[in-house]
Design a protein around this ligand. Sequence first.
Ligand SMILES: [Zn+2]
Length: 190
Amino acid sequence: MRAGFPDFRLGSVLATSFTGTLSERHGDAVERIPTPHRLVDWLAVNGLAVDSCTTAQLELARELRESIHAAATAAAIQDALPASAVQVINDCSAQGRAAAILTPEGERRWRLSSASCVEDALSVIAADAISIIAGERDGKLALCASPTCQAAFFDTSQSRTRKWCDMNTCGNRQKKARFNANRRKNPTPA
Ligand SMILES: [Zn+2]
């Protein structure tokens, strides 16, 4: 980890973990991949290690991220998918040459065509976004109930009633806010 940069929020779904690299979108937004190096770090922790990243590749990554966010949000509220977002996702998916590799232990890994090919890594993320937006995977897209967040997340809970993108951040903050509001309403006499 590089010091001085905001931490990553790690989720179990690649595409929505990626959109989570910009958090608090409706509040004081936090950019978690502010430099090409931070995108390299993020890709490494998500099994898509690359050697390097250019400013142009970071821009492309952010464009893909915002497109996934827009399309996933539309899907969550059952709105029409924005055509421009769909185009970016499809272009990114088509541009990459990543191969799924089965390890001797029976795990799937991604092999990129070259270690400098950020586009390959982005194609894996785009394909992941396509599979959740298309409803191919077991789960449901929903929007975080925190008003300053409203991130699209993939709810795989049995009841499909998860309210927050992340229990440790948005979930906890909301609980605390409710607790403080109750205290203001019912102050304990001194
Ligand atoms: Zn949230």
